[in-house]
Write a protein that binds this ligand. Sequence first.
Ligand code: NAD
Length: 490
Amino acid sequence: MSKFIKINEITISSDHYIGGQRVAAEHYLEVFSPIDGQVLGQVANGSPSIINQAIEAAERAFPAWAALSAAERKVYLDKFADEIGKRADEFALTESTDAGVLFSRMQHGVVGRAQLNIRHFAEHALRLQNHSIDTKQAEHLVRHDPAGVVVIITPWNAPLMLSTWKLGPALASGNTCILKAPEWAPCTSSLLADAAQAAGIPPGVFNVVQGTGLESGAGLVADPRIARVSFTGSVPTAKLIAQSAAQNLVPCSLELGGKSPFIVLATADIDNAAATAALMYRNAGQVCLAGTRLLVHESIKDEFVEAMRAYVEALNVGDPRDPATEVGPIIHQRQVERVAGFIERAKAAGAVVLWGAEKHPFGELYFKPTLLTNVKQDDEIVQNEVFGPVLTLQTFSHDDELIAMANGTDYGLGGVCYGEQQHATEIAKRVRTGFIWVNSFGIRDLEAPFGGIKRSGIGREGGNWSFEFFCDIKDVVVPKKPFRASFSQR
Ligand code: NAD
């Protein structure tokens, strides 16, 4: 029997969405809201039979969807984006309730960006047609052919944004998709299925499989019928996925965690840098690209800390549905314990608390924005991703020392560098990450490459990079002069 989750007046199917239909599960999992820890309802778990049904449905839909032109697919995808827009408030309240993302951020940023993710890549796909390289001997018709059935796996911290960022280019290229929703925040993936159905996306082109990583994710990734895996999540899970996909030589795109440096040079606009540093606590620090290691020139450390303290003290911690809230809850009790464990071990290793380091009185899953100093480069708290509202502060006296610290972890996702523009830009070039913001934070463009190096990931998303991953690139070589085989030919 079908099940539903109710959030205010919003009814969300708990079931899988396969071949254009809701499919009930044998087993369901409880879904909690991080706002107050209350049970929201249940969501389907996966099984080998569900995985098989989803892959069969996606395979069946593939030939017809792949045969459409990019312009024909764009008509469907624009409608898909329209349907997301029609339910903007539902998407916003749902993700705020099941993932704890700020409602204001959902409403004013994320839902619009989700629509843009679909529209933009549908438009970009038009440009990939008729690409040719004209040489003396031949015309090379470079084709971006759809690869087949794509598995998309997303984490709980930004499910709507991350799923559409992958679905846009995957569907626009002519692939059929199976979205494996995050089990701690499954609801907006289910709403996406409703939007796809309302948009008339043909059955099987877009499927949603709910459930745990082990029961749903691992089974999908191990199946030899799939053509691509696009994953965003943690490093340990990525290693399992890469090993599994390697059995069938299935290409994986892996967007993983970070421990990004937030650099403040002696020449920085201190107040500006401090205001941006306080932003790192947004989403309770559950943001992969946050600059969580503050590396501050020793000459301005005290001034910077006091400026930042003022911004942090002014932050409103509370219910993410309240428009005044700036820092919401941590997703799950397990994650709260993980954050607290990191802090305790750091303190035992000598870290000094500048602020925070304890639960926030607002509720069980709320944690105070925290800054730890007196930490060493090889300390666990400097080396490992906490994924909570916890930053560290280290100082440096010269550029080479700074670069050694900035590059001295296994991660390489992003970074921030505040200082005199030219100097900051030169430092930014020396930091080994997939991207870095100079005197700014969070500026993104769908045409620009996004992704990490080292343990922060493999591959790039955005612009052409997304299509190079989701497509089979093929060169059809058409000679200009009649061709006659000859052994002397080079
Ligand atoms: P996670 O790796 O635990 O889970 C991510 C997804 O993988 C979930 O849907 C989960 O069900 C699934 N999964 C788990 N085990 C699996 C398996 N064996 N096979 C297939 N799928 C499996 O990550 P999380 O805790 O949900 O998310 C937090 C992590 O995501 C952090 O490390 C964060 O930095 C990272 N993240 C990275 C980016 C980025 O763009 N680089 C963006 C957001 C989050």
